[in-house]
Design a protein around this ligand. Sequence first.
Ligand SMILES: Cc1cc2nc3c(=O)[nH]c(=O)nc-3n(C[C@H](O)[C@H](O)[C@H](O)COP(=O)(O)O)c2cc1C
Length: 217
Amino acid sequence: MNLDHALRTTGSARRFVTEEITDSTIHAILDLARFSPSGGNRQPWKVAVLKSPEMRSEVARLVKPVWDEYMTAATAGQRAYNMVAYQPPAEVSPFPYELLDYFDKGVAVLVIAADLREIAVTDLNLDRPPIVAGASIYPFCWSILLAAREHGLSGVLTTFLSRTEVEAGPILGLPENFALAATIVLGRPEKEFTKLTRHAVETFATIDRFDGPALTA
Ligand SMILES: Cc1cc2nc3c(=O)[nH]c(=O)nc-3n(C[C@H](O)[C@H](O)[C@H](O)COP(=O)(O)O)c2cc1C
């Protein structure tokens, strides 16, 4: 697939045609994604490919309340789990989470973990939560989503499982000093994306300073 096309059309697929994704396809996708960059080329990733119905339903069970809180907050106009001013809702309502319904319909479910000993967090001691830590793992996650396109597959990256890491870690055999970074669901998409909604370059790129003049073509 042409790179320009892939970058412009790799949207988040959440509806899939039932089709078993083979180990060999997942292997091929990871075999491309492993060329992602990481700080110091430390390649801090581990991937648990969830195959058993038991592990998938455990992950679904853990994720559902996090989704419910996210949706409850979103419905009340809040950006849930934001690190600046998040007020958890007093009461959480249940919301359908269609993605989880696909867990027994042939999709691939990959849990990505990162080895914290291998990540240089250069903004660790600032007076705000660090953001650089993720930079050595999310390019790898994105490469999985891009590489999947080469196999006619699409999917979505989610991070809700991270919130349950204390409980999910032992269930998944998460090694000490590893963090749960993402859960990626991949499958044959119900429909292809042709146009993604994104801001124009002029709205976010400026010259010299963030309050400088807009960069134009
Ligand atoms: C860090 C991150 C977390 C995300 N978490 C979720 C999620 O939990 N559930 C979900 O359905 N989509 C999730 N997404 C996908 C975004 O919702 C999606 O990229 C965005 O809405 C743009 O949609 P589009 O790519 O289809 O245009 C996540 C994406 C990123 C990068």
